[in-house]
Design a protein around this ligand. Structure first.
Ligand code: ASP
Length: 325
């Protein structure tokens, strides 16, 4: 068998971060370009052929439309390129779930597309970057990785974009999945899928838009005042996501203000994991809300943006998309 041809698209993050010393606490993300990442990967003797592009050199807290647009275009090109078997995106961990989900909603499932990051900078003692990158190469070079949507590789585990979230601020094992946990275990020399691909042959779920509308997330808390809603609307929000209490709850005056907001409202939860379902404590039918189901606030916002950008604003249609896996 010939070695898989992997394209690496670098965006920055801690995997490309440098502290200047193996034991320094502070560091700067996005200091190492794709050429250096490629030569480090090549030096490991991995069974793959690489080429690469620098898309950005940022901490992923600064990612936005311009980077996403460039990244989407580059992945789209790589999907059409007969000389590329799989695509790896090196990315910061803070917003990996948002980028992965946005790509997942807008790319066909034809070739493996794998996001990978690190929790420790490249020059830190015990850095996880090269381990994670080696694992990502293993996944991106595997035919069975295609047809599963965009994947995220961290700490010897593979997650589907729709499930994954960053669940800890520190430590190499910072990622979790919901409702599915990891869908495979991976090391640089092994890859064990827990089931067959579930999206083989599927096209992109949504067209790539010309831009993403402004959607704000409002986090609920005991005693929250309803003026947060007006504040978001006057800032230009065309949709609102409630990061609600428990099952997507909020104080009654806030729910009343949301019902009158005049823009689509999606109820999600500030709780780390779990589903937000329709009409449990909140009467979604009467108030015109959409329930985020298994998506946390960050991913609910991405889906709402993509729906609005594709002209889908009817709550029933929207709910069907939030219900879909
Ligand atoms: N702030 C960094 C980023 O998201 C954190 C990381 O990569 O782990 O780019």
């Amino acid at each position: 068998m010939t070695s898989p041809r992997i394209r690496i698209l670098a965006t920055g993050g801690t995997i490309a971060g440098s502290a200047g010393s193996a034991i320094e606490r502070g560091y700067r993300p996005g200091q190492i370009g794709v050429a250096e990442l490629l030569s480090a990967a090549q030096a490991l003797g991995l069974d793959a052929r690489f080429d690469g592009r620098d898309i950005a050199a940022i901490g992923s807290q600064d990612i936005g439309w311009a980077h996403w647009n460039a990244l989407h275009m580059s992945i789209f090109d790589a999907l059409l390129d007969d000389d590329t078997d799989g695509i790896i995106v090196t990315h910061g961990t803070d917003t990996a779930e948002e980028t992965a989900f946005l790509l997942d909603l807008t790319l066909q499932a034809g070739k493996p597309v794998v996001l990978v990051g690190a929790m420790r900078p490249a020059d830190a003692v015990g850095s996880d970057g090269m381990r994670n990158l080696s694992n990502a190469v293993r996944v991106a070079g595997d035919e069975l990785a295609a047809g599963r949507g965009v994947l995220v590789v961290m700490s010897d585990q593979v997650f589907a974009a729709i499930d994954v979230r960053k669940a800890a601020t520190g430590g190499a094992e910072a990622f979790r999945g919901f409702p599915r946990g990891p869908i495979a275990n991976v090391t640089p020399t092994s890859l064990d899928w827990f089931g067959p691909p579930d999206r083989t042959g599927r096209g992109a779920r949504f067209a790539w838009p010309d831009g993403l509308p402004r959607v704000s997330i409002l986090t609920a808390y005991a005693g929250m005042e309803p003026d947060a809603v007006q504040c978001a609307l006057s800032g230009g929000a065309q949709g609102l996501v409630l990061a609600g209490l428990g099952q997507g709850n909020a104080p009654t005056p806030v729910l009343d203000a949301l019902a009158k907001a005049g823009v689509p409202v999606v109820r999600s939860s500030r709780v780390d994991q779990g589903s937000v379902d329709r009409n449990l404590e909140v009467d979604d039918d009467a108030l015109g809300f959409v329930a985020a189901r298994g998506l946390g606030p960050a991913k609910a916002r991405i889906l709402l943006q993509v729906l609005l950008a594709n002209g889908i604003a009817d709550p029933v249609r929207m709910q069907a998309e939030f219900d879909r896996r």
